[in-house]
Design a protein around this ligand. Structure first.
Ligand SMILES: [Zn+2]
Length: 96
């Protein structure tokens, strides 16, 4: 879990969080409430938003880097990195 600092957010940080929340909302709309990964373990309904390039402390607001997933696919993706890179569920950070 990401730690939240106690001090209040700057305007820039607030804008960043808002863009992230909007991106998550767009993913939820795009997926129609269903998992977009469809791994062999898929359970159907959308539970979480997966970051295809990982989070690395950043709030990703590029919807192309976000994938709506069920919790089961989310586990599957992180448990099968090679397959996930192949299927595009994960993207390598340093080039293709
Ligand atoms: Zn799924």
């Amino acid at each position: 879990m990401k730690r939240t600092p106690l001090k209040s957010r700057s305007k820039k940080e607030t804008a960043r969080v808002r863009r992230y929340q909007q991106a998550r909302y767009i993913v939820a709309e795009r997926s129609n409430g269903y998992c977009e990964a469809n791994t062999p373990n898929c359970r159907g309904p959308l539970d979480q938003v997966h970051h295809r390039k990982g989070r690395d402390g950043d709030l990703v607001d590029d919807v192309d880097l976000l994938l709506g997933v069920c919790w089961s696919c989310h586990e599957y993706i992180h448990g099968h990195p090679l397959e996930s890179y192949e299927r595009g569920w994960m993207i390598r950070r340093n080039g293709e």
